[in-house]
Design a binder for this molecule. Structure first.
Ligand code: GTP
Ligand code: MG
Length: 226
């Protein structure tokens, strides 16, 4: 099965080249970096490191992920990875193997089941992730402990989900819609560490954290009653 890695990136010039190179050392057929209007050298550094660079000017994590999905038309498995090198490409086999073995349709990396570098997940983010995962277990009977960005999904499933959330709600929408379709969802332990360089846009900022919480909880509750 053909695996394509999609990396949404906004001003990640300090980490992106090493991340792309390390990702290409894994058993993947390609790496797409979606440059979401960076004002730094993210795009050039990613291309020089061997990634296919796609540009998406509409700001938003979901817009960037969706642009990557469109560019990966012939993939069987789509794997999402943050551009700041917080997740380790060495964990890729754990995420894709259950799909390759035909045992899962969506594989979620859980940082709580794996290893979190000291200081890499602030307390409010720990609580938010715990609460969201609890809600997902209660409302969707989904076996999850975390809402991390590191995940792999069968591309035919993702394309069938008709994704609408184009900002912070994208990862949550993927999970709840997959659950409603009775997709096979599996969690595997992954490592999580501090971003290697650059600035936080989400959990390290008040605005980003508030927006992420609003969208995650909103999408979780909305699809539960739909
Ligand atoms: N495309 C796109 N990507 C974004 C946007 N905001 C953040 N990102 C990327 O999404 C990923 C997650 O953002 P981060 O800023 O690392 O958020 P975080 O992991 O909660 O915060 P840190 O703990 O500081 O790393 C990174 O790869 C960012 O470059 C955005 O508006 N558009
Ligand atoms: Mg990060």
């Amino acid at each position: 099965m053909k695996t394509i890695v999609i990396i949404p990136a906004l001003n990640e010039e300090g980490a992106i080249a090493d991340l792309v190179r390390a990702t290409l050392e894994q058993q993947v057929e390609g790496v797409i970096v979606v440059d979401n209007g960076s004002s730094d050298d993210t795009a050039d550094l990613a291309a020089n490191a061997g990634a296919l660079v796609v540009s998406e000017r509409r700001r938003g994590y979901g817009f960037a992920c969706a642009a990557g999905v469109s560019a990966a038309a012939d993939a069987d498995i789509l794997l999402f990875l943050d551009g700041d090198y917080s997740s380790l490409p060495e964990d890729i086999p754990k995420l894709v193997d259950p799909i390759k073995r035909g045992e899962a349709d969506l594989v979620l990396g859980s940082r709580f089941l794996g290893h979190i570098e000291p200081g890499a997940m602030p307390l409010h983010q720990r609580f938010g992730n715990w609460l969201s995962a609890w809600l997902m277990r209660r409302l969707y009977h989904m076996p999850v402990t975390d809402l991390g960005p590191y995940r792999a999904i069968r591309s035919d499933l993702l394309r069938a989900l008709d994704m609408q959330e184009m900002t912070f709600g994208w990862p949550t929408e993927m999970m709840v819609k997959a659950a409603k379709r009775h997709a096979r969802i599996v969690e595997v332990p992954v490592s999580w560490r501090l971003r290697r360089a650059g600035k936080s846009k989400i959990s390290g900022t008040v605005r980003g954290s508030a927006l992420a919480a609003w969208y995650i909880l909103g999408v979780t509750l909305r699809y539960a009653v739909k």
